[in-house]
Write a protein that binds this ligand. Structure first.
Ligand code: ZN
Length: 502
């Protein structure tokens, strides 16, 4: 068989794996949007069956043989050719997948389902004791998972690597330490001033109007409704069944204007990334975004850098006032300050863009301490309250708004779950600064409701390559260097020194 034929054979096999994964995604999307609660048990079983079939198909030794046979062909091609990239990225995923025994995958998946179920009851009941045994087991399983990848420097490294390939605990730690040093004084300077007035965002806003306005906004930003859909779910998310069928969700609170709108822009940022990948990659491991951090850089860029900018609202605010006439009495400037209110708050997902990263750093540090054995699960609630008070100067009244607030540790692993959010904020600012070098008119264009230049630049540089490049490779190609916090700090200082005195 020639190399071309072997590559075709590999692609056929990968397309079947991709079909099984996407079918599983349809079931998952339905579960979170329309499925009646009675369907849960059968749905869990159906998804596990598909996951098992997909895993078996992917770790088939024949795929390993094809990848070995294709090595000389890969080496004869340029690094960034589609063929060489497909072989390289597939091999990386294959080697990783074959190191974890299917028996462990099944054990982990069964445990996650039970643990998640317990969390959905424990959080509203503010009952940490109800989940602590599950969390102990999650920690054991997380360590076991890391140990399938011996030779690490820190036990969290393999787990961080799943989400943000090429990053380690030590790299993330040093980026975070540098960011923290610059961020804390900015957050302190702002929160020592009187908070922005935002009561007018908490009036009654009818659901229909919120959905219609937000949908119009994301359409204008570039979300393609011919290749995507928007629905409601308790927790907003993005998933895709192919690059021509990308699903985003939002939630609506009729007494809070920001929730639906900014969640929708955020998810549309993830969605536009998925829709913008090179169509030739469909059905292969190159077809999705490259890392948690880069994915989050796209959602946060659209949500905050664009969606919370003054220029954006110079265009959209009159439209919003038409939809909700009770905002007619609120000047643009007051509205702009309200949507950029910075405050010490308890909940990560509601946090403003200045204090948000402090929430992430706290979780990241706890993940390392738990994995290192320096912190026991039973001591987590108290450790959380103490650290929160040190970092934010306030104390959560209970565990519900303390260590029980995020689903991540209760439905997955402990390790690698949170760093992507802050890496995304940093990378979003780095990428935006590069886009401005090529198109300095972007901020002026926003005032006229034009987003084509920004969208096209992101598409060409970030969306189109899919996961052809790792995040560090992508950053190097775009910026000529590594991850840098300077553009992000510059962005925050410039924006917030105009709103507050810094
Ligand atoms: Zn996101």
């Amino acid at each position: 068989m020639t190399a071309e034929k072997k590559l075709t054979e590999l692609k056929l096999r990968l397309a079947e794996v991709s079909d099984l994964n996407n079918a599983q995604a349809v079931l998952g999307w339905d579960q979170s949007t329309f499925m009646p609660s009675g369907g849960a048990a059968a749905r869990g079983r159906q998804m596990a069956t598909l996951a098992k079939l997909s895993q078996e198909k992917f770790i088939d030794p024949e795929i390993g043989r094809l990848l070995d046979d294709l090595r000389p062909f890969e080496e004869s091609l340029p690094f960034d050719s589609d063929e060489a990239s497909l072989i390289r990225v597939t091999r990386r995923a294959y080697v990783r997948a074959t190191k974890v025994p299917p028996e462990f995958v099944a054990r982990m998946s069964a445990h996650s389902a039970e643990s998640y179920q317990a969390w959905t009851e424990a959080r509203p009941a503010n009952d940490f004791a109800k989940v602590s045994a599950y969390l102990e087991k999650t920690l054991d399983l997380s360590r076991e998972m890391a140990d399938y990848f011996p030779g690490y420097e820190h036990i969290a490294d393999p787990l961080i690597d799943f989400a943000d390939y090429g990053m380690r605990a030590s790299t993330v730690r040093s980026v975070f330490a540098e960011l923290r040093e610059q961020l804390v004084p900015i957050a302190q300077a702002i929160t020592s001033q009187p908070p922005a007035e935002d009561a007018f965002l908490k009036q009654a806003f009818a659901e229909d109007g919120q959905i219609a306005f937000s949908s119009e906004v994301i359409k204008r930003l570039g979300f393609d409704y011919n290749r995507g859909r928007q629905d409601k779910s308790p927790h907003p998310f993005t998933t895709s069944f192919s690059m021509n069928d990308v699903r985003i969700t939002t939630r609506v609170q009729e007494n809070d204007l920001g929730d639906c709108l900014f969640s929708m822009i955020h998810e549309a940022g993830h969605g536009m990334y998925e829709q913008g990948v090179n169509p030739a990659y469909e059905g292969t491991p190159l077809a999705n975004g490259t890392s948690a951090g880069v994915h989050e850089s796209q959602s946060r860029l659209w949500e905050n850098v664009v969606g919370r900018s003054r220029g954006f609202w110079e265009f959209f605010y009159p439209e919003l006032q038409k939809t909700f006439p009770h905002l007619m009495a609120v000047p643009l400037d007051a509205f702009y300050r309200a949507i950029n209110k910075v405050q010490r708050s308890l909940i990560r997902t509601d946090a403003d863009e200045v204090t948000y990263n402090l929430h992430v750093m706290l979780r990241f540090d706890f993940e390392l301490q738990l994995l290192e054995g320096k912190l026991a699960i039973k001591d987590l609630p108290a450790a959380w309250h103490a650290r929160f008070e040190t970092d934010f100067g306030i104390r959560a009244p209970d565990d519900r708004d303390g260590c029980l607030q995020d689903v991540h540790w209760f439905a997955g692993i402990i390790g690698g779950m949170f760093q992507g959010y802050t890496l995304g904020n940093i990378l979003g600012a780095q990428f935006y600064a590069e886009a401005l070098k090529v198109h300095p008119g972007i901020p002026e264009e926003m005032k006229q409701g034009k987003f084509d230049n920004l969208h096209t630049w992101l598409k060409e540089n970030i969306y189109f390559p899919g996961s052809k490049y790792t995040a560090p490779e992508l950053v190097e190609r775009i910026t000529g260097g590594g991850i840098q916090i300077a553009p992000y700090i510059h962005y925050l200082r410039t924006k917030y020194s105009e709103i507050y005195s810094l």
